[in-house]
Design a protein around this ligand. Structure first.
Ligand SMILES: [Zn+2]
Length: 187
């Protein structure tokens, strides 16, 4: 490898990013009424994607919450322009930059960031990967369920996802059904 000043950043798997934002972010916890609840068990969470987390040292719930709160606004964007602006801010904050690396004769693109910003940079890189696959900013969204502010990445072919989980989708449907039943019969 060519000499690099900063360590290489690898993209956070998207499901890990979504869980991190929803389970450690201040807004989703507050909206779900879980502000004072304990955070999920971090070692168990990291064990689920052990290979990815190998490159990271000790991380505190505070580290997760900081990154969750910085990433979430990208999902709240009202337009592609706003989304791009927020991604650019994120890139600047994580001080992430592309470089060339090489093994013998194989030259490849690598992304690097200072060690203290590895987690944020890795999360940003997950979104870069998502927009490479699909440039539609509407694929990132916030759950429509009334007591949930979870984020989601819509990877459905029809792009009609509105909920962070099946649980929220089913809860919302049941709620709509109950509300309809409570309405008085047509007069
Ligand atoms: Zn939800």
């Amino acid at each position: 490898m060519a000499r690099q000043v900063n360590p290489e950043v690898l993209p956070m798997p998207l499901p890990v990013l979504v869980r991190l934002v929803n389970d450690w972010g201040d807004a989703p916890r507050a909206v779900a009424g879980k502000r004072d609840d304990a955070y999920p068990d971090m070692p168990a969470f990291r064990a689920e994607s052990a290979e990815y987390w190998e490159g990271f040292g000790r991380l505190s719930p505070g580290d997760f919450t900081r990154v969750a709160n910085l990433i979430r606004p990208v999902f709240e964007s009202d337009s592609g322009i706003e989304c791009a602006a927020r991604l650019n801010e994120l890139m600047a904050q994580a001080r992430i930059s592309p470089e060339f690396g090489a093994d013998e004769w194989t030259v490849r693109e690598v992304w690097s960031a200072p060690r203290q910003e590895q987690l944020l940079a890795s999360a940003a890189l997950a979104l870069i990967g998502q927009f490479r696959t699909d440039p539609d900013a509407g694929r990132l969204g916030i759950c429509m369920a009334h007591d949930c502010a979870g984020v989601y990445v819509d990877q459905s072919p029809a792009a009609r996802r509105h909920y962070c989980s099946l649980t929220c989708q089913n809860r919302s449907r049941a709620r709509t059904y109950r509300a309809r039943r409570r309405e008085p019969a047509a007069s």
